[in-house]
Write a protein that binds this ligand. Structure first.
Ligand code: IMP
Length: 179
């Protein structure tokens, strides 16, 4: 598994430290808590779990699943809802938690979709952001790290469902996905 990695971009320690800082920013914005974190499956699973533990107030979680890249490393631009929310978000403080913003297509769609359900506030938190790749106009309110245009895996992020369990974020060797 490790031999497929070109180099480590973010270590486990760097990620842990940054999540604490993001939790602090969220606590400043919502001092009373009572927020809903909506994780986007499956890439955000590790991030939601760690972020939730760093928030020492009332917080609930829900998940949505949308279609993404499949086995290729390029986005199709088509977003399909595979799993919707379990809870009503009307009048609630909601934060969408995403692993990475690449072209922004997925998040833009999700944002509009959830906004239509009338939450009190709707914010976006993403661990990684590749600004160079953006095709639609969307920005996160909380960003873990801005990263260069490279295909990364680990800490929840996959290539063809593999590498999600790496504790760090690493750049995948090109020959793995250009085969
Ligand atoms: P977007 O709609 O182009 O912004 O793509 C967002 C989704 O694509 C993310 O939630 C990931 O699932 C996937 N993705 C984008 N870039 C990467 C990457 O570098 N590694 C793994 N998955 C990625």
């Amino acid at each position: 598994m490790e031999t497929a990695i070109e180099r480590v971009l973010l270590t486990e320690e760097e990620i842990k430290k940054r999540i604490k800082e993001i939790a602090y920013e969220i606590k400043k914005d919502f001092p009373k808590g009572d927020i809903i974190l909506i994780g986007v499956l499956k890439g955000s699973v590790m991030f939601v779990a760690d972020l939730m533990r760093a928030l020492d107030f009332n917080v609930t979680m829900d998940f949505m699943a949308v279609s993404s890249y499949g086995n290729s490393s390029e986005t199709s631009g088509i977003v399909r809802i595979l799993k919707d929310l379990d809870f009503d978000i009307e009048g609630k403080d909601v934060i969408i938690v995403e692993d990475i913003i690449d072209t922004g297509t997925t998040l833009k769609y999700l944002y509009e979709y959830l906004k239509a359900r009338n939450p009190k506030t709707l914010k976006i938190c993403c661990l990684l952001d590749k600004p160079e790749r953006r095709k639609v106009n969307i920005e996160a309110d909380y960003v873990g790290f801005k990263i260069p245009d490279a295909f990364v895996v680990g800490y929840g992020l996959d290539y063809a469902e593999k590498f999600r369990n790496l504790p760090y974020v690493g750049i995948l060797k090109e020959d793995i996905y250009k085969k």
